[in-house]
Design a protein around this ligand. Structure first.
Ligand SMILES: C[S@@+](CC[C@H](N)C(=O)[O-])C[C@H]1O[C@@H](n2cnc3c(N)ncnc32)[C@H](O)[C@@H]1O
Length: 196
């Protein structure tokens, strides 16, 4: 059977060890977004555009995805992939560091997907909460980071990322205005909504 263009993009990403969204994480997000069509999605961490392309199915007609990426090689490939799939009119890539770009954004988003530098997750959360519509949803991928986040022992190399991911979990679970689930799917997924 012929592979779809999207399957080929995924296969190439995996072959090149690009850390794209895992299948069960994507399936979980699809369940949350079922029966829901949205106008604006923000993604932090485009890589080669795979997850952004997958998320286009959540969009209303005329809906848009803004996605942020700082790695020039990734940006080049993402642009090619998005064009191959003919979704370039729906996906806008902000090129640069999300730490610089996010504070300059002022649109409101219905869904925000955090999937970039783990050490910046608390900052990404602060910005995501500022940019989220009241009935919006935030997904943060890799929140359990290969199990390190729940383990007592962490190698020096991972310690900073682990501390920031733990801080993210604390912020979203202890804030009385937020409803959060921490799911053991893929590399861990935090799902956060604002309480009504
Ligand atoms: C896990 S990958 C994203 C995968 C993509 N969301 C997918 O599932 O197809 C993380 C990406 O975030 C980018 N990144 C990491 N920190 C960033 C930052 N501070 N600003 C912008 N991009 C960043 C990396 O270059 C990398 O391409």
């Amino acid at each position: 059977m012929n592979k779809t263009k999207l399957e080929l993009i995924k296969e190439r990403a995996l072959l090149n060890h690009v850390p794209i969204i895992m299948d069960d994480t994507l399936e979980t997000i699809e369940k949350y977004m079922k029966n829901k069509k949205v106008d604006k999605i923000l993604e932090i961490g485009t890589a080669v555009g795979y997850s952004a392309i997958c998320f286009t199915k959540f969009l209303n007609l005329g809906g848009k995805i803004d996605t942020i990426e700082r790695n020039t090689e990734m940006i080049k490939e993402a642009k090619e992939n998005i064009k191959i799939i003919s979704q370039d009119y729906k996906i806008n890539i902000f090129e640069g560091d999300a730490v610089d770009i996010l504070p300059n954004l002022n649109d409101k988003y219905d869904m925000i997907f955090i999937d970039a530098a783990k050490g910046k997750y608390p900052f990404f959360l602060e910005q995501a909460l500022r940019l989220l519509n009241n009935d919006g949803i935030i997904f943060a991928d890799n929140i359990l980071y290969k199990g390190y986040v729940l383990s007592d022992y962490n190698k020096h190399k991972q310690r900073t990322a682990v501390n920031h991911l733990r801080e993210y979990i604390k912020l979203v679970t202890e804030n009385p205005k937020l409803d959060t689930e921490i799911l053991d799917v893929g590399d861990g997924l935090a799902v956060t909504k604002i309480k009504f």
